[in-house]
Write a protein that binds this ligand. Sequence first.
Ligand code: NI
Length: 169
Amino acid sequence: MPIRPILTYPHPVLRQKAALVTNFDEALKALVADMGETMFAAPGVGLAANQIGVPLQVIVVDSSTPGHRDFMALINPVISNGQGSVFDEEGCLSVKECLAKVKRFQKIHVTAQDVDGNPFAFDAENRFARIIQHEVDHLLGKLFIDHISPLKRSLYKKKLKKMLEMEEI
Ligand code: NI
């Protein structure tokens, strides 16, 4: 189960809309396993397939309980019935050195398929709901910095430009 490199903003694949998964095959299982490893190694609490350059509707979310590391894979996830709203801090493995407060639904309903194609549905709240909303945004080509003010976003772009220049030296 290899750890895959995580692509970072402004890589164009992060802006691509991910395609619906129609083949629930061994390749999909391998992708999901790699995504889980990659997320935990980062370390992160969620990862979308396009962050590793695979524009398919696949996300993984940390579902660990104390003493037991585990993750949940959501294939073709759809969010509905968003309720309430909460402002809280977010970061992203694909957006280096940036944390910002983003408004999300407090509670959502999620429908998805598992790696074998079986449909399932559940309600998510608070932090878990936030992570799912962040990851589903990735599949739509959206990043959390799209939700922040234009001023904050332009400050971040300037900071990123400087960071990238330093890397080139
Ligand atoms: Ni992210």
